[in-house]
Design a binder for this molecule. Structure first.
Ligand code: PRP
Length: 214
């Protein structure tokens, strides 16, 4: 009997693309594709269990070992700082973490410190620390582009995908912090205790990713 494998998936587009990959491996994703209000979903035949959670909670579930595997954006992973095994770049959900603001961006003359609005305070802190620049972080949970537009911050650190939100608000990319995409992550203990089954899933997903990118 195969051990139960639990997947934590970031609700939304990343989960949809993960289902496509998993279905190629013969895992039935019909329950998690139509979850209703149910939070724990199953493919009982293959002993695979799914939990669909907020993206920023995926690393938490995997780190605590209540999920063996997770699919989550690299941006969220960096922000979480959790010690997970990042085993595969799934290559979908591509975007860039960037510093953005007005092209002729200058620090507000009325403020002593440079202000960065972001949903990624840990990433922002380590990025500016590495440049030796002191900043003030303004943590927001959405519509971050408003920061410079309304005068709350000098710049933002946020993900840029198509660039249309920046453009619509008269902002531009000033610096690129890093490239991001969806990643497959594994709990450190599960990697040992459920080694064969997890290896089989990683290898299967890697094969599908390679096939899709050829
Ligand atoms: C994300 C991100 C940007 C936008 C970037 O926001 O925070 O605002 O998408 O995408 P684009 O480059 O294709 O325009 P999201 O849509 O998740 O909403 P939020 O602002 O409420 O977090």
């Amino acid at each position: 009997m195969q051990p139960v494998i639990t997947f934590a998936l970031a609700k939304g587009r990343l989960a949809e693309q993960a289902f496509e990959l998993l279905e190629q491996l013969g895992i039935d994703c019909s329950e998690p594709r139509h979850p209703g209000r149910q939070l724990v979903l199953w493919d009982r035949k293959n002993n695979v269990r799914f939990i669909l959670v907020k993206p920023s909670d995926v690393p938490t579930y995997v780190d605590h070992g209540v999920a063996d595997l997770g699919v989550v954006g690299k941006d969220t992973l960096l922000e979480s700082g959790r010690p997970l095994y990042e085993v595969l770049d799934l290559t979908f959900g591509r975007c860039r973490l960037c510093i953005a603001g007005y092209a002729e961006q200058q620090q507000s003359a009325t403020r002593a410190t440079f202000r960065v609005a972001t949903k990624y305070p840990n990433v922002a802190r380590s990025y500016y620390d590495s440049k030796g620049q002191t900043i003030e972080i303004i943590e927001l949970h959405g519509s971050v582009e408003l920061g410079p537009v309304i005068g709350l911050s000098d710049v933002i650190l946020d993900i840029v995908e198509s660039g249309s939100t920046l453009k619509a608000n008269g902002l531009t990319v000033l610096e690129e912090v890093c490239e991001c995409s969806a990643r497959l992550v594994v709990n450190r203990v599960s990697m040992k205790t459920k080694r064969d089954r997890i290896r089989q899933i990683i290898d299967g997903m890697a094969e599908q990713v390679a096939r899709l990118n050829n």
